[in-house]
Design a protein around this ligand. Structure first.
Ligand SMILES: Nc1ncnc2c1ncn2[C@@H]1O[C@H](COP(=O)(O)OP(=O)(O)OP(=O)(O)O)[C@@H](O)[C@H]1O
Ligand SMILES: [Mg+2]
Length: 591
């Protein structure tokens, strides 16, 4: 909370930081500059208009010939046309620049975000991150398209109008300045207060509606507990609150509109009153007073606009700070997919050497404790152990989701740190515990393992994964939509799609995090069979929950509390009746 508070306001540092946004505008600075030129032209039109109108009035007053009046009108029309054109051009150019700039910001934020290490995503909730980025970018969009323009236009117009007004009458200008801005600013704050009241009322109305909605939906419960009167009282209390807020709001709104009318008309009348006295003293012409009053109206509007601009700029500074905070997080070194350098081709040999590890979010708890483990090429290793033992953590380290602080991970006998991350991960496939399918077709979901795979390759992979039969049973086949808006696949079907994905990837190292939820025996058999095919000829690490999988393992690692407590084949371990493995095994068969 306090951190958020700090972000508000125009601190110089925050402002300076947010100027970094300029680096995204830079490529379009010429267009932006031309836009600014049109903006200036447009504002000059604003400034000149009251002057022109004043001259017209004076010409009429002095009974000038019609031809001269028409000439002024012609000039005025020309100016108005140019002004309209300038307005069109500046909006057009600003929107153009903004669209391109925002696309660049969106792209760079996303490209950065997706490359951030897992540690970052542990700290931030994904939904929150997503909505924040969306709303921050929307604020920037408004700022770049309209707020900056309003700020410049209003400032230029106020300054220009004041200069003209001083020319007409310094005395009257000072008089106007003493009242108009004060009234406008009071009105602004008043308006803000009223808005907050009506927001409060909206919230209260929503609360009272919730009572109606919930009690009607759960009317059975209300009746079963004979709580009708309790609910009636609850609703009465809430609606009375709404009424009270409404009445207070009405009081202020009434006051506001009275103040606005009185303030604005009073200010206008005072200016005209002073002006008339000046005309009487021959210090001013009627047309000049006319111009002056128009300028006053302009200035009032522009000051009110500036107050809004100020609030919007504050928001924009906060938004840019948020975005740059993300951009300043250190990302993983991820490069576009490329050929794997021969020296980085994995042979499937994996060594964990004295690894002690804790998650960045929980620095006090060592999840792995001085763990050492050697896995030979093309072997099948099973990791077993109670929940929370650190099995998935070992996989996370293998994939280098987290940086190691103590101990080493060796691949091919060399430090895994020396292998570029993209090349490393592209040689490992993970079939996770909970298969995540992207909203899209089955084809796209399988091809995620090898982008650009051919139809034949995809079908072959599906066949290998025992998935082809069920895919064919859908009318749309491979083009069947899955995921949130598509059809729901069963757990076993999802796993087989994940296996097909892994088959396509053809990894050197395969990791299976066996699903804990059990499948029916037919699905189980199909999945098991597919896995066995997939494991051939590569190093496989299976986090196993069902001992059937484990029996075939070349080596079983029993983990408990971040340490290896037993290691060997099924036959070797089962004999040690005092060990954890035989206990787990007994539990499994009892179940
Ligand atoms: N992202 C994380 N941040 C902090 N602590 C974590 C994180 N992930 C796991 N842990 C902790 O690390 C320990 C090991 O977790 P891990 O996921 O490796 O267990 P596991 O052996 O895979 O368990 P399961 O069989 O339930 O999947 C647990 O105590 C867990 O609370
Ligand atoms: Mg796990």
């Amino acid at each position: 909370m306090s951190e958020k508070k700090k972000k508000k306001g125009f601190s110089k540092k925050a402002f300076k930081k947010s100027l970094r946004i300029y680096s995204y505008l830079r490529p379009y600075r010429v267009q932006f500059g031309i836009g600014l030129f049109f903006l200036l032209l447009n504002s000059l039109g604003n400034i000149a208009l009251p002057k022109f109108l004043g001259v017209l009035v004076d010409f009429g007053n002095e009974s000038k010939p019609q031809a001269e009046i028409n000439k002024v009108m012609l000039l005025l029309s020309g100016m108005l046309l140019i002004q309209a054109f300038a307005g069109f051009m500046r909006t057009n150019l600003f929107v153009r620049v903004t669209s391109k700039t925002l696309a660049a910001i969106r792209q760079s934020v996303y490209a950065h975000l997706i490359k951030l290490p897992m540690g970052f995503f542990l700290k931030r909730r994904v939904g929150e991150l997503n909505s924040r980025i969306t709303s921050d970018i929307t604020i920037l969009e408004e700022t770049l398209t309209s707020t900056i323009a309003s700020f410049l236009r209003n400032t230029i117009t106020i300054i220009g109008a004041l200069i003209f007004m001083f020319f007409i009458s310094p005395q009257l200008t000072l008089f106007m300045l003493a009242i108009v801005p004060v009234i406008v600013l009071i009105a602004k704050y008043f308006g803000k207060f009223i808005r907050s009241l009506s927001k409060k009322m909206q919230a209260q109305i929503a609360e009272s509606n919730t009572i109606v909605e919930e009690t009607l939906q759960g009317v059975q419960n209300v009746k079963a507990y004979a709580n009708e009167y309790f609910e009636i009282e609850r609703y009465t209390k809430k609606t009375n609150e709404v009424a009270k807020t409404g009445i207070v709001g009405g009081l202020y709104r009434g006051g506001f509109s009275a103040f606005m009318t009185l303030g604005m008309t009073g200010a206008m009348a005072s200016v005209i009153w002073r002006g008339t006295i000046l005309i009487g003293q021959n210090k001013m012409a009627a047309g000049e007073l006319f111009s002056f009053v128009l300028y006053t109206v302009f200035i009032a509007g522009m000051i009110s606009g500036l107050a809004e601009v100020y609030a919007q700029l504050q928001k924009a500074i906060g938004a840019t700070e948020n975005l740059f905070e993300i951009l300043d997080e250190r990302s993983e070194e991820i490069l576009p997919q490329q050929e794997i350098a021969p020296e980085n081709v994995l042979n499937g040999n994996i060594s964990f050497n004295n690894i002690t590890f804790h998650y960045p979010t929980r620095t006090d708890i060592d999840v792995l404790k001085n763990l050492s483990l050697n896995i030979d090429s093309n072997k099948l290793i099973a990791l077993v152990g109670p929940s929370g033992a650190g099995k998935s953590t070992i996989v996370n380290i293998l994939l280098r989701y987290y940086e190691l602080k103590e101990g080493q991970l060796l691949l091919n006998g060399k430090e895994s740190k020396d292998i570029p991350l993209t090349e490393l991960r592209s040689q490992i496939a993970v079939v996770p515990q909970d298969v995540f399918l992207f909203g899209g077709t089955i084809r796209e979901n399988i091809a995620y393992g090898k982008l650009g795979a051919s139809e034949e390759e995809i079908i072959e992979a599906a066949k290998q994964a025992n998935a082809w039969t069920f895919i064919q049973s859908f009318p749309e086949g491979l083009d069947c939509i899955v995921g949130e808006r598509g059809i729901q696949l069963s757990g076993g079907q999802r796993q087989r799609l994940a296996i097909a994905r892994a088959v396509l990837k053809n990894p050197r190292i395969l990791v299976l995090d066996e699903a804990t939820s059990s499948l029916d025996s037919e699905s189980e058999r199909l999945v098991q069979e597919a896995l066995e095919k997939l494991m051939k000829g590569r190093t496989s690490i299976v986090i196993a929950h069902r001992l059937a999988t484990i029996r075939k393992a070349d080596q079983i690692i029993v983990l408990d509390n971040g340490q290896i407590i037993q290691q060997g084949t099924h036959e070797e371990l089962i004999d040690d009746t005092s060990g954890l493995y035989s206990a787990l095994s007994e539990l499994q068969f009892a179940g």
